[in-house]
Design a protein around this ligand. Sequence first.
Ligand code: GUN
Length: 280
Amino acid sequence: MAEILDGKKLRDKILLNLKGRIDKYDKKPSLAVILVGDNPASKIYVNNKKKTAEQLGIISQVINFPENVSEAELLNKVEELNNDNCINAILVQLPLPKHISKERVINAIKPEKDVDGFTPYNFGRLFSGVEPIVYPCTPKGVLLLLDEYGIKIEGKHVVVVGRSNIVGRPLSQMLLNRNATVTICHSYTKNLAQITKTADIVVSAVGKKIIEGEMLKSGCVIVDVGIFKDESGKTRGDVDFESASQIASYISPVPGGVGPMTIASLMLNTVELYENSFNF
Ligand code: GUN
């Protein structure tokens, strides 16, 4: 039976430590979140981010725009936040409505305030093997979780399922930079099970039920980044926990695995950007 990679426990440890770091500052770090439209999942994520920030003493504001906001209006807001010395971290919650170019909006964020690490500057650094100012939150959370449990990455075959800009792509680069052998699988991959069978570590970030125990090598490590509601309304991940936990040595649950780590990483990134701002 696999050991649980407990994201809640590690999140609490990180946040406690971070609170001590923030308490030392008279002027507090500040995070601005732009939320467009009424996507229910995005609203929940943004509320969680705001609540956690406030518990730590990070000043946070959520700027809500209606679904039909123009791209120009969003770009103006980003520019205003870029120039506001009281704001040191900017996050544009994704997804954005189809009529808005997410590339243009993200590209408008000053890299020094890019708390997601999604701007071309930060992404480009990551993809050329150079440290970005901060690392994208979910991939950073995955690596913090693996490190906490002493799971070695160097020389391991890591199979990343999913190639999103939020998780799969940046995580693959971070693993590569840590000397893993990385295979990226996606919706066009043939014989997924044949590939996952050879993995020492499987990270699944797809958002649908895709990984079963019989697709895994005995003793492997499973990180489940997927999160969605099944037909009965139950929150679940990409991995069939029952069967996978019989085969794996470690497994992250959903909920309580990677989700809490994403929030912890966002808080860490906010404080890192704040501390960096002393040097600019
Ligand atoms: N939507 C889902 N995950 C994320 C994330 O990490 N950052 C942003 N900005 N939007 C998201």
